[in-house]
Design a protein around this ligand. Sequence first.
Ligand SMILES: CC(=O)N[C@H]1[C@@H](OP(=O)(O)OP(=O)(O)OC[C@H]2O[C@@H](n3ccc(=O)[nH]c3=O)[C@H](O)[C@@H]2O)O[C@H](CO)[C@@H](O)[C@@H]1O[C@H](C)C(=O)N[C@@H](C)C(=O)N[C@H](CCC(=O)O)C(=O)O
Ligand SMILES: Nc1ncnc2c1ncn2[C@@H]1O[C@H](COP(=O)(O)OP(=O)(O)OP(=O)(O)O)[C@@H](O)[C@H]1O
Ligand SMILES: N[C@H](CCC[C@H](N)C(=O)O)C(=O)O
Ligand SMILES: [Mg+2]
Length: 487
Amino acid sequence: MRLQELLAHLHDFTSKGNANPFITSLEMDSREVKKGSLFFCVKGSTFDGHSFAKQAEEKGAVTIIAQEDVDVSIPVIKVRDTKRVMAVLADAFYNHPTQKLQLIGVTGTNGKTSITHIVEQICQAAGRKTGLIGTMYTKIGTTKIEMKNTTPESLFLQKSFQRMVAEKVETAIMEVSSHALDIGRVHGCDFDIAVFSNLTQDHLDYHGTMHEYRRVKGLLFTGLGYRFDPNRPKFAVLNADDPATLEYIRSTSATIITYGINQSSDIMAKNISMTASGTTFELITPVGSYNINMRLIGMFSVYNVLAAIATCMVSRIPLSTIIGAVETVTGVPGRFEIVDKGQDFTVIVDYAHTPDSLRSVLNTVKQFSYGKVIVVIGCGGDRDRSKRPIMAQIAVSNADVSIFTSDNPRSEDPIQILKDMEAGVKGETYITIPDREKAIFYAVSNAGEGDIIIIAGKGHETYQIIGENTYDFDDRLVAARAIKELI
Ligand SMILES: CC(=O)N[C@H]1[C@@H](OP(=O)(O)OP(=O)(O)OC[C@H]2O[C@@H](n3ccc(=O)[nH]c3=O)[C@H](O)[C@@H]2O)O[C@H](CO)[C@@H](O)[C@@H]1O[C@H](C)C(=O)N[C@@H](C)C(=O)N[C@H](CCC(=O)O)C(=O)O
Ligand SMILES: Nc1ncnc2c1ncn2[C@@H]1O[C@H](COP(=O)(O)OP(=O)(O)OP(=O)(O)O)[C@@H](O)[C@H]1O
Ligand SMILES: N[C@H](CCC[C@H](N)C(=O)O)C(=O)O
Ligand SMILES: [Mg+2]
């Protein structure tokens, strides 16, 4: 695409002359620049992309988009905010891919990965080709691409959507993090259905207050617009049991569909009954009631399934197909994943890394344990510090044995993170073992018949970040080794 053709999509920029080079790729990382690239100078938390403009030119870039002056001899387009412009131009460069498929965005503190995977499984049962973008990977058909972020930057996003369109994906399902909404990674995404799971404490390091966190999450719903296009109706799928839903209802003109267990809603679950191997409930919908028997367990899983059912209904999948698929839905790796090496106690690896998810998962296992509940829990470094004492308190209040350990300490001192956790626990017993492997081994060696060990916080992660280094570490493999060596 030629530069001037691309610039036709921008309304606020300055440039000298009318150069019109052919643009072969859009890049935000100078290391990725090729001959013919257009390079965006993005200010990050570690680097200022403007300082790589020269390097980009040397590597063959033909245009620079910057928000400050840069010293290069190729055309420079100066804009107010390079990241916002990047999202608009990525959408244009890749030929508006999200207008060519059905795009479902899922936001909320907990449950995004779970809901997107349930929706994916239902869509596939309906014979649709799907794409998925989220914490675990970007998946197009059966190809998986690993990423650093839950919601990637706009360049990667739009390129992925273009690939999905090329591969005839009909429905793309993505997790939309609050960071992405705030930074504008999803500007340029034309969502058809926006889904809200819940809002509880997390990421206060970034958003500052719950009020601000709630506002930012709401951008997904305000972004659905105030206009109604009969050819492309928009839907907001909202959790009636979460107080933030009232605000989100007010902020969009999209058609609302609610789900819930306690408050009256369009899609409801009643008469819920759980065993260690599954859950049954009565599904109430505007078109009838149905008995559901699914393999997922926990009240939180009922919420996730309700969200997925409501989403798939407005996505125009027949209810009979949805119900059939829900009964066979399997969990996501690292979410309530059981490590079974034939031992006489249960080991569960789970991704609970927020106060609410930890409480949910411990409440669930308490219902089925006929022995002790042992929890291994740490809190990530360079993340919300205020959740640490709360999570420690939730652990000691809900488990019989609490073992505090490290999660991903990142640049923080692991001992200080543990002290932050311990500050939340008054007069109750816990054990602190900073080395996560030793903590897991300790839990396994202290488990007896019928006990349940929950290893929380890292779920599917296959690494541990300590300082600048990333080490191989997988809770599931460490637990399996502990069982093999100790039992
Ligand atoms: C705070 C934050 O959001 N950081 C994101 C940011 O990194 P950064 O600000 O450190 O970038 P930087 O390294 O300073 O680089 C600035 C610019 O210089 C460029 N550069 C850099 C070096 C070089 O040699 N040449 C060059 O051109 C970079 O490509 C970039 O354009 O831009 C990166 C590239 O897009 C992101 O991967 C990175 O996310 C990091 C990994 C992160 O941890 N983000 C978290 C806070 C986050 O976004 N989390 C959410 C929510 C998770 C959840 O679900 O709970 C998420 O969506 O992932
Ligand atoms: N609806 C829910 N409500 C509360 N807790 C939940 C819910 N769904 C899942 N959980 C818990 O939260 C953990 C993380 O779930 P999931 O990965 O689906 O969330 P996420 O929103 O994608 O998280 P992230 O923000 O890290 O991407 C699960 O392992 C489980 O313990
Ligand atoms: N998406 C979350 C994941 C946290 C997982 C936990 N293991 C940690 O490292 O804190 C975040 O980046 O805050
Ligand atoms: Mg996720």
